[in-house]
Design a protein around this ligand. Structure first.
Ligand code: P6P
Length: 315
């Protein structure tokens, strides 16, 4: 009996409520994966000409993936609004303003890898609205700490398309099976190895790191015998860290004093997954999931990985 995404419905306290949205994420992932594979023939590679709220050059595929994801969240009928990296303001789903959930998403993470055919991903988390269902949802509904997240996960568009997710009862990975046109379970109860593996960081920034981070990293990588891998797409670097062990970090530096990665749709969902996989997720000051968000696109430093590797960097 092949196990599919439907098994999520039996997981933990929130599995059944999260199932329709997870299926929507799965549909969006299949559409985005197809778009990525055919982009070069459709003139969909390259810059869209605009910038996102981060001031980063938007790729055409960023915009298309964002549209696909929003459409699939709308089609679930359970989502009242989406906070997206690609949209400055919260996107209210007008047909379902009374729906109970909101989704935070980075629709196409690592899109600078696209023109070199490198791996990219989608990162998402799901929260329950705080505003009453007879009111219009607003950005305050998104400003919840990671401790209130009901579900989170990522899609990795690599040699295979994988959906890795958690509803708070451990982490499982599903791989897209084109023969059956569905995601099928391939990695049950994923746990990060607590020794060995790789450190993963953009070391070209090391001269700007704060708090003696460069020296700490030299010490940790030697004492814990870590190799080095850096793909430049958070989803791919995080997935390898969970499978192989070690730590992924994007420290604050003199240019990005609050870090580069976004709290609501990168750090929190990935921190949720890392903690559920038996790892540690920290900002250098407090656990990522304890940060109280103050803005939709705020940034934080992140240290995500095995406990001993993260502790060696933050203490
Ligand atoms: P840098 C991609 O733009 C991203 O948001 C993450 O996916 C990735 O981990 C990071 O930025 C890469 O940043 O500065 O190393 O290119």
């Amino acid at each position: 009996m092949t196990v599919t995404l439907n098994r999520i419905a039996q997981e933990g306290e929130h599995g059944s409520a999260m199932m329709p949205i997870m299926q929507g994420v799965g549909r969006a992932a299949i559409e985005i994966a197809y778009l990525l594979r055919s982009a070069v023939f459709r003139g969909a590679l390259g810059a869209a000409g605009g910038q996102n709220v981060q001031g980063e050059q938007q790729q055409k595929l960023d915009v298309l993936s964002d549209e696909i994801f929003l459409d699939e969240m709308r089609s679930t009928g359970h989502v009242c609004a989406v906070g997206s990296e690609e949209q400055e303001e919260l996107l209210v789903i007008e047909e379902y303003t009374s729906a109970p959930y909101l989704v935070l998403v980075d629709p196409l993470d690592g899109s600078s890898n696209l023109d070199v055919d490198g791996p990219v991903g989608t990162i998402f988390s799901i929260v329950k609205r705080k505003t009453p269902s007879d009111q219009r949802p607003d950005v305050s509904d998104t400003l919840q700490s990671g401790r209130e997240v009901l579900a989170a996960g990522y899609v990795l568009y690599g040699p295979a398309t994988m959906l890795v997710c958690s509803v708070g009862a451990g982490v499982s990975g599903y791989t897209y099976n084109a023969n059956n046109a569905r995601f099928e379970v391939s990695h049950l109860d994923m746990k990060i190895p607590q020794s060995g593996g790789y450190y993963s960081v953009n070391e070209s920034n090391s001269a700007q790191w704060l708090h003696g981070m460069a020296d700490k990293l030299v010490s940790v990588r030697h004492t814990q015998k870590l190799g080095m891998r850096y793909i430049g797409a958070m989803v791919a670097d995080m997935h390898r860290t969970i499978i192989k062990g070690g730590v992924f970090l994007y420290p604050a530096d003199s240019t990005n004093v609050t870090g580069k990665l976004r709290l609501l749709y990168e750090a929190i969902p990935m921190g949720f997954i890392m903690e559920q996989a038996g790892g540690k997720a920290h900002t250098g000051e407090i656990p990522v999931l304890d940060v109280q968000p103050e803005a939709l696109h705020q940034r934080v430093p992140v240290y995500l990985g095995a406990h001993n590797a993260v502790d060696g960097l933050i203490n």
